[in-house]
Design a protein around this ligand. Structure first.
Ligand code: ADP
Ligand code: MG
Length: 704
């Protein structure tokens, strides 16, 4: 049987060496199997014909059926442009070609009937379609040509360079249908055990893959998608669970049996408030872990402001009480500094040594820290990535706390492990609320603790929605807060897609703010800045020297400026709810009353409005996260989760496929109960597949 993984794409009919090279470079596809698994990112229903009179600005790709009324060309040479007027009895619409205009003009004729396919856009207050696909309607052709009149057609994500090399959607679709007809595709072996295929009503792999590209109908497509998602998640869970049991057997941990002097004195004499019930519970869970003889790997989830820092510090005290050192890592210099500032007075009261190590720690200081780590006189080290640099050696590292871990790459976490024969206990803290079942998947075998209670006396942040034409009112409000000595955040979105435009918006926003509040100092940070400049600007705001901070979402994580009372979020509809929640968490940390203003260009409608309204109605991060999942908002939660993953998911989406995750986990657990080492014939096939999938990530097994 031909093995699709071993056949080079150039041997596919219609591809050849040149295109194969292009597909490899642009999309990373080299074999038949790669291309097979390159699924459409959406599907177009080609069975529906729209009417010109119904076209509006929010339509995706649509189909029209009608005749050309006139053609007009403008410009010349390479700049030649073709404008064609197309009518379907309900109205006319302009179709425009910038590329290949001359050729297109030759092929089209008035009087004949065509099906036009494309995405309408607005230009000069009228709709047009740029570079539509056009098919002539011929009675005998409609029966055979898959692109005319037939139902679901896949749309692939392609690059611009593929486009210029004429690898268009059409060409991709044709390539895939050729591929699906090959023996290699038809004989694609099923990976999952037959019992699961039957019990979960999956399609055989070959059929599922085929249906992903060339679905007969919606029902088949849905079953295929379910099959592929299930397969992906089952393999993922299988891998996670397998390492979990391996680790359970193998990874010893330091045994911290004593709750000693430091912990108790801190609790009785230093702690300035009572711990919340949730903080106490979490500390109990941590103590149980640390006494178990196994290495602790615990994820501590707690909403912004729920008081994770003190839990981290008390956990560090447990290590110190047992004769070990502890480190606390933060993703940025400013956050590390804040942790140090919080913890230094506590440590001093207890007579413990604490220090800060970041990228900008001076060489002389660094040398002192290194030697004090080695001789054991430094008890707690706070810092950034600098902590995991190779030169840092510990006498007895017993605990690593990692704050806002999603900013740390998996590989970086792994580096901690080389520090000693027995690995330190690990406490990962995050404010990103992820439903528990998903957290288990995202963070592999981390145990999960949750602080689900805020310290008493918090005043919820008042959240409102405002539009651009209410800006003066918003500015008056900001002015009032500034006069009371409060500080203000103004946040702009920054997404990769049109980074330049976003940066421009931010800079214009900055100018505008400076003009509006000339007597106040304004700081600005964004992701494109050099780290040193960013830290400087942040510091201006954190120290109160700047009154207003204009920023992109770089401030999202952990920054604590209690005097800030207003968070203005521009183009709020472009943020995910969880992200808005994180941003909002920057205020309400000290000031008597705090406010969050969600700015949008226009009054929002429908689902978009409903989504933002959730923010005005609740401050519960978990509720918001779940709402985010339900509403399938922009994928920032997805992104956050993915960045913690050992494997990039291609078909399944953690934020949407929670139920399949649970099924897959359940089934994987059962499978391993019966076949723990994957030694049965079917188990061996799974094992082989896992190796193929996880090969690139093999280090992962040692990480969490
Ligand atoms: P986060 O979980 O977002 O890191 P922090 O640890 O920064 O939250 O805590 C937020 C604020 O709450 C801090 O000012 C801290 O002093 C305060 N805090 C923490 N725990 C308690 C508590 N049990 N009672 C009162 N205030 C607390
Ligand atoms: Mg924090």
């Amino acid at each position: 049987m031909p093995d699709a993984r071993k056949i080079d794409l150039q041997y596919l009919k219609g591809v050849g060496p040149k295109r194969a090279e292009l597909l490899r470079k642009e999309l990373g596809l080299s074999t038949f199997h790669d291309l097979m698994m390159y699924f459409p990112f959406r599907y177009i229903d080609r069975s529906t014909i729209h009417h010109v009179e119904d076209i509006n600005g929010e339509m995706p790709y649509i189909q029209l059926r009608g005749r050309f009324v006139s053609f007009a060309t403008h410009g010349e040479g390479a700049k030649l442009r073709l404008n064609a007027l197309f009518a379907d009895g309900t109205g006319t619409i302009e179709l425009v070609w910038f590329n290949g205009a001359r050729q297109v003009a030759r092929q089209l004729h008035t009087g004949r009937e065509y099906i036009v396919f494309g995405k309408p856009s607005e230009f000069n207050h009228r709709y047009n379609i740029v570079h539509p696909e056009v098919d002539e309607v011929r009675e005998e052709a409609t029966a055979t040509a898959p692109t005319v009149g037939n139902s679901l057609v896949g749309v692939y994500s392609l690059t611009e360079r593929l486009g210029t090399a004429h690898v268009t959607q059409r060409v991709m679709q044709r390539m895939l249908s050729t591929l699906m007809a090959t023996e290699a595709a038809r004989s694609l072996p099923t990976v999952l055990p037959a019992s699961l295929v039957a019990s979960r009503r999956l399609l055989p792999r070959a059929q599922a893959v085929r249906a992903m590209h060339l679905p007969q109908d919606v029902a088949e497509l849905q079953r295929a998608q379910f099959t592929m998602k299930y397969e992906e998640l089952f393999l993922l869970e299988l891998n996670i669970l397998r390492y979990m049991s391996t680790r359970g057997r193998k990874v010893k941990g330091h045994v911290f049996t004593r709750v000693g002097d430091y912990f108790n004195r801190f609790y009785r004499e230093v702690l300035p408030y009572d711990l919340t019930g949730a903080q106490k519970r979490v500390l109990r869970e941590i103590r149980a872990d640390m006494g178990s003889g196994r290495q602790m790997n615990r994820l501590l989830q707690g909403d912004v402001g729920s008081g994770k820092t003190v839990v981290a510090f008390m956990t560090a005290l447990l290590a110190v009480d047992n004769g070990f050192q502890a480190c606390v890592m933060a993703p940025t210099e400013i956050l590390a500094t804040q942790h140090l500032e919080t913890m230094t007075p506590w440590a001093e009261r207890l007579g413990l040594n604490i220090a800060l190590l970041t990228g900008s720690t001076r060489q002389s200081e660094r040398a002192v820290i290194h030697s004090r780590l080695m001789d054991g006189t430094l008890n707690i080290l706070v810092g950034t990535h600098a902590l995991i640099e190779d030169t840092v050696q510990w006498a007895r590292l017993g605990l690593a706390v990692i704050d806002e871990q999603h900013r740390f790459g998996v590989a970086q976490r792994a580096k901690l492990w080389d520090k000693g024969a027995v690995p330190p206990h690990v406490l990962v803290m995050t404010a990103t609320p992820i439903p528990r079942t998903l957290a288990m998947t995202v963070y592999g075998d981390l145990d999960v603790s949750v602080i689900d209670e805020l310290p008493p006396g918090r005043k919820p942040v008042t959240t409102v929605m405002r539009t651009d034409d209410q800006r003066e009112r918003v500015n008056r409000f900001i002015g009032g807060q500034l006069r009371e000595g409060r500080q203000v955040y103004i946040v702009y979105p920054l997404i990769e897609e049109n980074e330049k435009l976003d940066l421009l918006a931010l800079e214009q926003g900055y100018e505008m703010v400076c003009d509006t509040f000339p007597s106040y100092r304004v700081a600005m940070v964004h992701g494109r800045m050099k780290p040193a400049e960013k830290d400087h600007q942040m510091e201006l705001f954190a120290s109160g020297k700047a009154n207003i901070l204009v920023a992109t979402t770089v401030i999202e994580v952990g920054v604590n400026v209690p005097n800030a009372s207003v968070m203005v979020i521009e183009n709020a509809e472009r943020f995910g709810l969880s992200q808005l929640h994180q941003l909002r968490g920057r205020v309400g940390r000290g000031a008597d009353r705090s406010y969050c203003v969600l700015m949008t260009r226009h009054e929002l409608k429908g689902a978009t409005r409903h989504r933002l309204e959730v923010m005005t109605q609740t401050t519960d991060g978990f509720l918001i996260a779940e709402e985010d999942l339900k509403l399938r908002g922009p994928g920032d939660l997805e992104g956050t989760m993915q960045s913690g993953m050992p494997l990039e998911l291609h078909v399944a989406k953690l934020s949407q496929d929670g139920q399949i995750v649970q099924l897959a986990r359940h089934d994987a657990e059962q499978w391993l109960d019966n076949d723990p080492d994957l030694n049965s014939p079917e188990g061996r096939r799974l094992d082989r597949e896992l190796r193929l999938l996880f090969d690139k990530n093999h280090d992962w097994s040692q990480i969490s």
